[in-house]
Design a protein around this ligand. Structure first.
Ligand code: GLN
Length: 240
């Protein structure tokens, strides 16, 4: 009898160990699904380049990602307070953000562009926005860029479509936004264009807490192999 109890406890411990060894690592992800083609809603589902990249990383690493949609300026606070463990949101790895989070290797290069009305295309550089009412999205890198232009009147919006509407209605003169989402936003509009002015390049990267070095290393390794085995290019082709 005693031996039977022993046998069962050994089996139980063994089972426990194997279950924990095979249990998937679950990582909570924060994004802001208003940034096509990187993340946006399609039939109530979050889709986009970043989501496909995340799914491919999941296949490489075995990590299970659970995605939560939230306001862009709430993403890094949510990471710090452990409401999420990882942020992927077309987020630019800026030196300012690098003070508080750990970024992966860059996975996409972008830049800021100016959206303006077709009949108002006199803009040759960001400095030409001086004296103009310029729409930006709260907390985006475009906000930082425009805030540094002397004489520009910054108008902060919570959503890009609201800024686009204000521009169409002539309430503001221009919008500064990331290049790819800007193209998407003006695609359906007859009166707006992109003034492609010289701009610094920005690198999008995945963010985790400073203490999660292991996680970011797994992600970097996975992204490297996705680039080497052609999967990354497939995702790129799908969206661009
Ligand atoms: N790349 C910009 C930033 O990091 C905008 C990102 C976004 O809106 N998702 O601020």
């Amino acid at each position: 009898m005693k031996n039977l109890v022993k046998l069962f406890s050994v089996l139980a411990v063994g089972l426990f160990i194997s279950v924990s060894a095979f249990a998937k690592q679950v990582v909570l992800v924060g994004t802001n699904a208003e940034f096509a083609p990187f993340e946006y809603l399609e039939k109530n589902e979050i889709v986009g380049f970043d989501i496909d990249l995340l799914n491919a990383i999941s296949k490489e690493t075995g990590i299970e990602f659970k995605i939560k949609d939230m306001a862009f300026d709430g993403l890094l606070p949510a990471l710090q307070t452990k409401k999420v463990d990882l942020v992927i949101a077309g987020m630019t790895a800026t030196p300012e953000r690098e003070k508080t989070v750990l970024f992966s290797k860059p996975y996409f290069t972008a830049k800021q562009v100016i959206i303006t009305k077709k009949n108002n295309n006199t803009l040759k550089s960001f400095d030409d926005l001086s004296g103009k009412k310029v729409g930006v999205m709260l907390g985006f890198t475009g906000d930082t860029v425009v805030s540094e232009i002397k004489g520009a009147k910054v108008e902060r919006f919570n959503a890009a479509y609201a800024a686009i509407m204000a521009l169409s209605q002539g309430k503001i003169d221009a919008i500064v936004l990331d290049s790819e989402p800007a193209k998407k936003y003006i695609a359906n509009s007859k009166d707006l264009i992109i003034a492609d002015v010289p701009a610094e390049e920005e690198d999008y990267a995945i963010a985790v807490r400073k203490t999660d070095k292991d996680l970011i290393e797994k992600i970097n390794t996975a992204v490297d192999s996705l680039k080497a085995n052609g999967e990354y290019d497939k995702i790129l082709k799908k969206y661009f």
